[in-house]
Design a protein around this ligand. Structure first.
Ligand code: C2E
Ligand code: MG
Ligand code: MG
Length: 565
């Protein structure tokens, strides 16, 4: 029952059940008895009800209390849980803070390490960069092969030397050096041997001069020596003599004993020239002069040498004109059978008919023609003319075994050489076996792969091949014997040395070698009966030289051939 109902019952009687108990006593009147009883019963019932209600209310209160207690318990539990959660959250926060701080610490440590590494790297890079810069500077100023100062550093030192010499009233000497016939060695023994020879030469030169002097390499086989303080020209001359002597000792390279000599040009500041450029130019000119004067010597610059240098330029100009104006001619020198004296063939030798009617031999212009590339046109003209002339003689009934034509290495290695030979033979109608191509020993060793291919192409055409100036070219024998060669021409320097023991030994060896390889052997430059006798006694088959006849013009040679008939 609700509290409200209990309140309502009290309001209906206006009294509590306890107050109504005295009205049920036996002293009450009869009229009122039933009504009173009923009232008492009702009251009693109401009291019972009230008690029941109260009990129910108590029960409800108890259960509410119980409920309240359990709710409180629940609340306490929740609070406890909340506290746990807060604690956990606090822990998490602390952990997170700890983690964060340890992570930050680690990051800091890492960053620090990175910074240290980066600094070390930066330092290393700086060191490397400095090293590279130093290396690059060294490379820029030194020659790669010999590690000698190069042209740049030399020029720099020459400038300084000139400044100091001016102050101290001294002279500066500059020497241009060129290894004689280096090209032959390079061509015949290969670039590797050539490079080693250059390195050996560099060391020799350095050993011959003072520390304060500079030995530099200007590329190829050209070296320049700077003597920064000399009193007079004699100082430079002495140094040049020392260099020539020092270089003369054989160089032992790759099992070869190589002999090289030097051509030296000397120029002095301020005697010969007043600036760097002029000193360099004059020393170069003097060096060319030393070469012209037979190599293995030194020349001190004189002003007339400049005229020669200019003359060289003029020759080039004149050679071009000579080609246009057909001023080249061929002379023919007979080759003879040394047993019978019969003409076996001829060698065509080039001559230049200058406008002043002077006849100039090839030794005076061939190197210039080769340097400026004109040799290709001149050589082609020579080959065509020799074939045309030989065919004309043959058609005129003048028998000629063979016509030998000299071919320069530049021509021989040109891509169109074989085509040119084929075209010329076909144009002139000369049968290929009449033609013999003469190639120098050193020229043959130039590019052995291409040389072999070209030689075989010539052989396939039916052309003969001769090795000219044999014995002078440092050739590799294994290469030489693998080439399809028909003839060996013993160089005239050995033939002319026949009176001396060395010449005789070399000539007899070459003859024996040629015979065993079944090559024809031709001795060049025979001038005396004695030389002829020696060659005959060693069964040299053919010869050529002033003893039999000098090179002559085509008309004269035809007369010689006519007499042979
Ligand atoms: P080479 O081929 O060895 O020719 C022989 C040279 O010796 C010729 O000189 C010849 O005149 C000379 N000679 C011949 N017999 C004697 C002798 O008994 N004593 C002496 N001292 N010399 C003799 P040349 O005509 O002045 O030719 C010199 C070189 O020029 C030739 O040497 C050859 O290498 C080259 N040459 C000549 N004509 C031509 C050519 O048409 N083309 C090319 N590429 N080179 C040529
Ligand atoms: Mg020749
Ligand atoms: Mg020769």
């Amino acid at each position: 029952m609700s509290k409200k109902n209990v309140t309502e019952r009290k309001d209906m009687t206006g009294q509590t059940p306890e107050a109504n108990k005295s009205e049920l006593s036996p002293d009450s009147t009869a009229v009122n008895t039933l009504a009173e009883r009923e009232t008492a019963i009702v009251t009693h019932e109401q009291a019972v009800l009230s008690r029941e209600e109260a009990a129910t209310l108590r029960e409800e209160g108890a259960s509410l209390r119980e409920k309240g207690a359990s709710q409180r318990e629940e609340g306490a539990k929740r609070r406890e849980e909340g506290a746990g959660l807060r604690e956990e959250a606090a822990n998490q926060r602390e952990k997170a803070r700890d983690e964060l701080s340890s992570r930050t610490e680690k990051q800091l440590r890492d960053a620090n390490e990175h910074l240290v590494i980066a600094t070390i790297r930066a330092q290393t890079i700086t060191d490397e960069a400095e090293q590279i810069t130093a290396q690059m500077t060294h490379m820029a100023e030194h020659d790669f092969l010999t590690d000698l100062p190069n042209r740049i550093l030399l020029t720099d030192r020459l400038e300084q030397a000139i400044t100091l010499a001016e102050r101290h009233d001294k002279q500066v000497a500059l020497m241009f050096l060129d290894l004689d016939h280096f090209k032959h060695i390079n061509d015949s023994l290969g670039h590797e041997i050539g490079d080693q020879l250059l390195q050996s030469a560099a060391k020799r030169l350095q050993a011959c001069v003072r520390h304060s002097d500079t030995v530099s390499r200007h590329g190829g086989d050209e070296f320049v020596v700077l003597l920064p303080e000399v009193d007079k020209v004699q100082g430079a001359v002495l140094a040049a003599e020392k260099l020539i002597k020092g270089m003369a000792e054989p160089h032992l390279i790759g099992g070869h004993r190589l002999n090289v000599s030097l051509s030296i040009g000397i120029s002095l500041y301020p005697d010969d020239a007043k600036d760097v450029e002029a000193v360099l130019r004059n020393a170069d000119t003097a060096m060319y002069c030393a070469k012209d004067r037979g190599r293995n010597n030194y020349q001190v610059f004189t002003p007339d040498m400049n005229f020669r240098a200019v003359a060289r330029q003029n020759i080039e100009q004149e050679l071009r004109q000579a080609l246009d104006q057909r001023r080249f001619v061929l002379h023919y020198q007979p080759k003879v059978n040394l047993e019978t004296g019969a003409i076996t063939g001829a060698e065509a030798l080039l001559r230049w008919q200058r406008s002043d009617h002077c006849l100039v031999g090839p030794t005076q212009f061939m190197s210039i023609a080769e340097d400026c590339g004109l040799i290709l046109k001149i050589g082609k003209w020579g080959l065509r003319e020799a074939c045309r002339q030989t065919q004309a003689w043959l058609q005129a009934g003048l028998e000629l075994g063979q016509i030998a034509v000299n071919i320069s290495t530049k021509e021989f290695l040109s891509k169109i050489f074989i085509t040119d030979v084929r075209t010329i033979l076909s144009d002139t109608g000369l049968e290929p076996h009449y033609l013999e191509i003469e190639l120098t020993e050193s020229g043959l060793m130039h590019d052995t792969q291409q040389t072999t291919a070209t030689l075989y192409a010539l052989k396939n055409l039916g052309v003969q091949i001769a090795v000219d100036d044999f014995g002078t070219g440092y050739s590799s024998m294994s290469n030489l014997w693998s080439f399809p060669i028909d003839t060996l021409k013993i160089d005239q320097s050995f033939v002319q040395d026949i009176n001396g023991n060395a010449g005789e030994a070399i000539v007899s060896t070459i003859i024996a070698m040629g015979m065993s390889l079944k090559h024809r052997v031709v001795a060049e430059g025979i001038e005396t009966k004695q030389q002829l006798a020696f060659l005959q006694s060693h069964h040299c088959a053919e010869g050529q030289g002033y003893y039999f006849g000098r090179p002559v013009a085509a008309v004269e040679f035809a007369t010689l051939l006519g007499k042979e008939k």
